[in-house]
Design a protein around this ligand. Structure first.
Ligand code: FES
Length: 156
């Protein structure tokens, strides 16, 4: 008799359930292996730190603000201590420039006083003051994400 004309043998219930169980075990083992292979790699990739070391206090003379590009901010030192004013305009985010009256924005003409307060719009709010602190190695650290109240200074 020819094999092509032969009908497939019906599978018994026990064999069918055995094949399902084997497939389920193989799938579970495969997924577990993939999971274990991913363990050495971090699930969350940390972003860049918002804290930037800017140097030792002695590097900053009293008087005019010093632009620190890594922080996009101006660092000032006066008789009361250190303070940092963000150089990012609160209107649309352009970088402001320092002038004798404070700061001005070249994009749309906003002006800010020496403490970052708005003196001419369209900027909706003052330039934020950023936290500055002293690291254990004696360097100053600016946290570009932490806004502090205007007038807060670090005494060193
Ligand atoms: S971005 Fe500074 S005034 Fe518009």
């Amino acid at each position: 008799m020819n094999d092509i004309t032969r009908k497939p043998q019906p599978i018994c219930r026990r064999d069918f359930l055995g094949q399902i169980a084997t497939c389920a075990c193989a799938t579970a083992l495969g997924l577990a292996t993939v999971g274990m292979a991913r363990l050495p790699f971090p699930a969350v990739i940390p972003g860049e730190s918002s804290k930037v070391k800017i140097g030792h206090p002695a590097d900053f003379p009293k008087g005019e603000g010093l632009w620190i590009a890594a922080t996009k901010a101006f660092v000032f030192r006066d008789n009361e201590g250190f303070f940092v004013i963000s150089g990012i305009c609160t209107h649309l985010g352009c970088i402001v420039a320092q002038d004798p009256k404070g700061f001005h924005c070249p994009c749309h003409g906003s002006a800010f006083g020496n403490r970052g307060e708005v003196t001419k719009g369209p900027a909706p709010s003052a330039l934020p003051w950023l936290e500055i602190s002293l690291a254990s190695d004696g360097q100053l650290i600016v946290d570009t994400q932490k806004v502090i109240p205007m007038g807060t200074k670090l005494k060193v």
